[in-house]
Ligand binder design. Structure first.
Ligand code: SOE
Length: 389
């Protein structure tokens, strides 16, 4: 079988993780990458063992051998590049956020539908085996009616004033930082699991570190910089380190979450508890194999991920017998498998249901982020504009 050929734009923190996940599939080839200069592209291509290197992504979009393009660039260029990928007639897998606001994401969704290409957005946390299994459990009524959904997404890689990254600057990262960057994952994951949309929000955002010391050199996402080793300048920060958000779901059920990138010891802790009318569940991305199940009338349980104990619809998300741990890279591989098998099998997003997040989900996510920003500014409840084009 001829492999599906892929080109990757952007090779910072996330691009190489896409490449690794794709390589585990076997039926997809990373044929090319694009960087901001020919020199940088050639160096990365040599490091990562990729045949073609482009110093201009537009040239890569003209390469007829490439069928799918991944947009792994910084947020401020997502919109423009996604648009060009779609107009070039390639399938697209974009990093979130899809664009800088929901007007732009609506435009992308409409364009992607018009062009009839396959579009995906990398909401990878819904691809954890335990998350897929939990969705089935909830759909089967195992925990009863979902009444409450609460949790947080906490990180510590921006804890110190000397921590700096392009995500902090609104002109590059976007007007919202912690909410768009990680709150978006929380919302996508809980909406996926419960099957319910967030329709209204009330938000309080804060910039815990209002002035940061920006190193003269670039620092990669999750990169550490030690102040004594570098020159820096003081930079005022206008994007949020922290948010607390109260949410209402479409069926009237309630929830609340906080996001923070300044919580020492929390590396990438997306967690949620769901309280149903029969029982509760709790899951934490830092220990993705464990699902806590809480009862009122009998002892609580821990379900360790195991194919023998999973719902049949979640079997394809788990690849090893229980105790052979799967984690973040495996969830990303599941994302890639679901996206690429959809393309390989000639499926069509207008007819077939995908098991991955599409630009529709990316647009919903942008609408929630916009509503959160508006709520924070106006200190009132704001409805999420949910129309899908
Ligand atoms: C940085 O906060 C980041 O890399 C996010 O951008 C990702 O979406 C998340 O998966 C991990 O943290």
């Amino acid at each position: 079988m001829k492999k599906i050929n892929v080109g990757i734009i952007g090779t910072g923190f996330i691009g190489p993780t896409h490449i690794e996940a794709i390589r585990r599939l076997g039926f997809v080839e990373v044929l090319a990458l694009a960087e901001t200069s020919q020199e940088a592209a050639e160096k990365k291509a040599a490091d990562l063992g990729i045949p073609k290197a482009y110093g201009d992504y537009r040239e890569m979009l003209r390469d007829d051998e490439i069928q799918v393009v991944h947009n792994c660039t910084p947020n401020h260029v997502h919109f423009e590049i996604n648009k060009e990928i779609i107009l070039a007639g390639k399938h697209v897998l974009s990093e979130k956020p899809l664009a800088m606001n929901s007007q732009e994401s609506a435009e992308l969704l409409a364009l992607a539908k018009k062009q009839g290409i396959v579009h995906g957005v990398n909401f990878n946390y819904r691809q954890h085996a335990s998350v897929q299994n939990l969705r089935e459990k909830i759909a089967n009524g195992d925990i009863g009616t979902v009444n409450l959904v609460h949790g947080s997404y906490l990180q510590d890689w921006l804890l110190y004033e000397t921590d700096f990254n392009w995500r902090l600057a609104p002109e590059v990262g976007g007007k919202s930082r912690a909410v768009a960057d990680i709150g978006s994952h929380w919302c996508d994951t809980v909406q996926f699991i419960t099957g319910k949309k967030i329709v209204e929000v009330f938000a309080d955002l804060a910039t815990v570190i209002p002035v940061r010391k920006k190193p003269k050199a670039n620092v990669a996402t999750f990169g550490m910089q030690h102040i004594e080793e570098t020159e820096y300048e003081d930079v005022p920060i206008n994007t949020e380190d922290y948010a607390s958000v109260i949410v209402r779901f479409e069926d009237g059920s309630r929830g609340v979450f906080i996001v923070s990138q300044v919580s020492a010891g929390r590396k990438n802790r997306l967690s949620f508890e769901i309280n149903g009318s029969k029982s509760s569940v709790f899951w934490n991305q830092e220990e993705p194999e464990k699902l806590w199940i809480g009862h009122r009338d009998k002892p609580n349980e821990i379900l360790l991920a195991d194919p023998a104990l999973f719902a049949s619809a979640a079997q394809s998300a788990i690849h090893h017998p229980g105790g052979h741990n799967e984690g973040w890279p495996d969830a990303l591989k599941n994302m890639m498998f679901n996206f690429y098998s959809f393309i390989r099998d000639g499926k069509d997003l207008m007819k077939d249901k995908p098991n991955f997040a599409t630009f529709e989900d990316g647009h919903i996510s942008m609408s929630i982020t916009d509503a959160i920003l508006e709520s924070n500014e106006q200190q009132k409840w704001v409805k999420v504009v949910q129309e899908v084009f």
